[in-house]
Design a protein around this ligand. Structure first.
Ligand code: LMR
Length: 485
C-alpha cells in the first residue's frame, strides 16, 4: 500500500476505532482546536457539529497526540469572549477513502521500531508509518500555508505547485489551510479530494473552512486570492468597499491567530489597497510582511521586452513595476536590463517603449480576458510562486524583483503609508530590502506620480476600513484593473 500523506497531523486529534460509524465520503480528523484547553467533552461537541454519527466514538486524550508546538494561542485568548469555543467551526481534514474501501487493518505495514497502533485501520495506519519514515529524512519542520479563494481558478493551479514541493523545496513538508465561502464549499471539498488523490509526499495536512479565524491559525504564509470581481455597473468605489471589507476581516483574523511573522501576499483585486487595508487591520504583524502581487506584471513586462529584443526572457533583469496593479502601473524600462545592458541601449525605439510597451503591460490582463473569457489564472499562479521564491531565495547579485510593499520609509520619494510596487531584494529569509541603485528621469517621475495619486485616492476611499475616519471617494478618473477594459 502506498503511503498516504494527508493524515500526518501533529496537532490532530485522531479517532480510534472509527470505521463503523464513518460517513462514506469523509474520514474526519480534526485539525487545530480553537479552545485554549480542549477537553474530550468539547471535542465530542465539535464532532457532533460535523456529524452526529461520531457521538459514540472514543477520542484519544491529548497526550496521545504527537506534539508539534501548538500556537501559543495568545491572541486567540482575545477572541474567546466574542467567539465562544463551542460555537467555533472546526476545520476538517477530508479523506475520500470510505470504510468499505478499507480492506483490513494494515498492521503489517508498521515499520520495525515504530509503535504499533492496533486500533488504526487502513489509511490511518500510514500515519504512523510516515512519521517513522520522516525521521529517516532530513526534512524541515512543517509550515502552514493558508490560501483564500482556494476553490478558484488561480488556486487550482497554485495548490498543486505548492504541494509538489516546487515552491518551498523538496525537503519542506507543508500543511495547506484552505479558505472558501459558503458558496464554494463543495468545490473546496473537491479540491481537497484532488490534493489527496495526488499523493504528494510533502503535503502533510489539508484543512478547509469558511472562517478565517480558524483557517489562518498559525499560518506562516497567507496567500489571499479570494475577492469579488467587479460586477456590471459597479463603481470602482463599490469594488473597493466590498473587497476592502473582506480584507479588513482577514487582516483582523491574521492579527489574532496567524504566526507573528506570517508573510502575506494579497492577490485579490484591487490588491494594493486590499493589502493596505489588511495590514492596517493587523497591527501586531509587521507592515513589511504584507505584499500586493505585482509579479505578474513584472513577468509580463519581461516577456514583452524579450520579444521586442529577440532574446529569451531570462536575459531580462531589473524589471520594476512601480505603483498600482492597475492600468496606471509603470513598467520601468529605464532601469531594466537586457543581457546586463540598459534596455534603452538594446531597444532604441523609445516611442515603442513609452507607448506600446507600457500600454501592453498595463492592459495585458484585459486582452487576456477578451481571449479567454476569464481572467488570468495559470500565469497568476506562476507569478505567486515566483513572488514567494523571490522572498525565500537570495536575489541574484545586481538584480531585483517587484512587489507591492508598504511605502513608509522608502528612499524614492514616494508617498508614505500606501502599498506601492517597488524594486526589492531579498537575502532569502522571507524579508526584503528596497533596491538602492535606481535612476529616475522626468518621464518615469511623472508616470510614478500618476499611479501614486491613484493609490492615495483609493486610500481615502477606504478610510473607514483602515481606521482613519470617514471615507471620501474622489478617484481621479475611473482607472481600471488590468482586466477591466
Ligand atoms: C490580471 O492582471 O490579469 C488581473 O488582475 C486582471 C483582473 O482584473 O482580474
Amino acid at each position: 500500500m502506498s503511503s498516504h500523506p494527508l493524515y500526518i497531523s501533529k496537532a490532530v486529534y485522531r479517532l480510534s476505532r472509527s470505521p463503523p460509524s464513518f460517513p462514506s465520503s469523509s474520514c474526519l480528523l480534526l485539525l487545530s482546536f480553537p479552545c485554549l484547553t480542549l477537553h474530550s467533552s468539547h471535542l465530542s461537541m465539535a464532532l457532533l457539529e460535523i456529524s452526529p454519527s461520531y457521538a459514540g466514538s472514543r477520542v484519544l486524550p491529548p497526550n496521545d497526540l504527537s506534539s508539534r508546538p501548538i500556537n501559543p494561542l495568545l491572541a486567540f485568548k482575545n477572541r474567546l469572549p466574542s467567539l465562544p469555543c463551542s460555537a467555533r467551526r472546526i476545520p476538517r481534514i477530508l479523506c475520500s477513502v470510505s470504510p468499505n474501501q478499507v480492506q483490513a487493518p494494515v498492521l503489517s505495514a508498521t515499520p520495525a521500531g515504530a509503535t504499533s497502533k492496533r486500533e488504526c485501520f487502513g489509511v490511518f495506519c500510514t500515519t504512523y508509518d510516515l512519521k517513522a519514515a520522516d525521521k529517516t529524512k532530513s526534512w524541515k519542520g512543517l509550515i502552514n500555508i493558508a490560501v483564500s479563494g482556494a476553490a478558484g481558478m488561480i488556486s487550482n493551479h497554485l495548490l498543486f505547485k505548492l504541494a509538489s514541493g516546487e515552491v518551498f523545496g523538496p525537503d519542506q513538508p507543508i500543511a495547506l489551510k484552505l479558505l472558501g465561502s459558503e458558496r464554494s464549499f463543495q468545490a473546496l471539498e473537491g479540491v481537497a479530494m484532488e490534493l489527496e488523490d495526488s499523493l504528494y509526499p510533502l503535503l502533510r495536512e489539508v484543512s478547509i473552512g469558511k472562517d478565517p479565524y480558524d483557517v489562518f491559525q498559525d499560518a506562516e504564509w497567507a496567500l489571499l486570492i479570494g475577492a469579488k470581481p467587479r460586477g456590471p455597473g459597479m463603481e470602482r468605489a463599490g469594488l473597493l468597499d466590498i473587497n476592502g471589507q473582506i480584507f479588513a476581516e482577514q487582516g483582523k483574523a491574521l492579527n489574532d491567530v496567524a504566526s507573528r511573522n506570517v508573510k502575506v501576499i494579497v492577490v485579490g483585486n484591487p490588491c494594493n489597497t486590499n493589502a493596505l487595508i489588511c495590514l492596517k487591520n493587523a497591527p501586531n504583524i509587521p507592515a513589511k510582511n504584507f505584499h500586493a502581487l505585482t509579479r505578474l506584471d513584472e513577468n509580463r513586462a519581461k516577456c514583452q521586452l524579450a520579444l521586442k529584443a529577440g532574446v529569451f526572457y531570462d536575459k531580462v533583469s531589473n524589471m520594476t513595476i512601480w505603483g498600482n496593479h492597475s492600468t496606471t502601473q509603470v513598467p520601468d524600462f529605464l532601469n531594466a536590463k537586457i543581457n546586463g545592458m540598459p534596455v534603452t541601449k538594446v531597444i532604441t525605439d523609445v516611442k515603442w517603449l513609452k507607448e506600446e510597451f507600457t500600454e501592453r503591460v498595463q492592459k495585458r490582463g484585459g486582452v487576456l480576458i477578451q481571449k479567454w473569457g476569464r481572467s488570468s489564472a495559470a500565469s497568476t499562479a506562476v507569478s505567486i510562486v515566483d513572488a514567494i521564491r523571490s522572498l525565500i531565495t537570495p536575489t541574484p547579485e545586481g538584480d531585483w524583483f517587484s512587489s507591492g510593499v508598504y511605502s513608509t520609509g522608502n528612499p524614492y520619494g514616494i508617498a508614505e503609508d500606501i502599498v506601492f510596487s517597488m524594486p526589492c531584494r531579498s537575502k532569502g529569509d522571507g524579508d526584503y530590502e528596497l533596491a538602492k541603485d535606481v535612476i529616475f528621469d522626468d518621464y518615469l517621475r511623472e508616470r510614478i506620480k500618476k499611479t501614486e495619486a491613484e493609490l492615495l485616492a483609493e486610500k481615502r476611499c477606504v478610510a473607514h476600513l483602515t481606521g482613519e475616519g470617514n471615507a471620501y471617494c474622489d478617484l481621479p478618473e475611473d482607472t481600471m484593473l488590468p482586466g477591466e477594459q
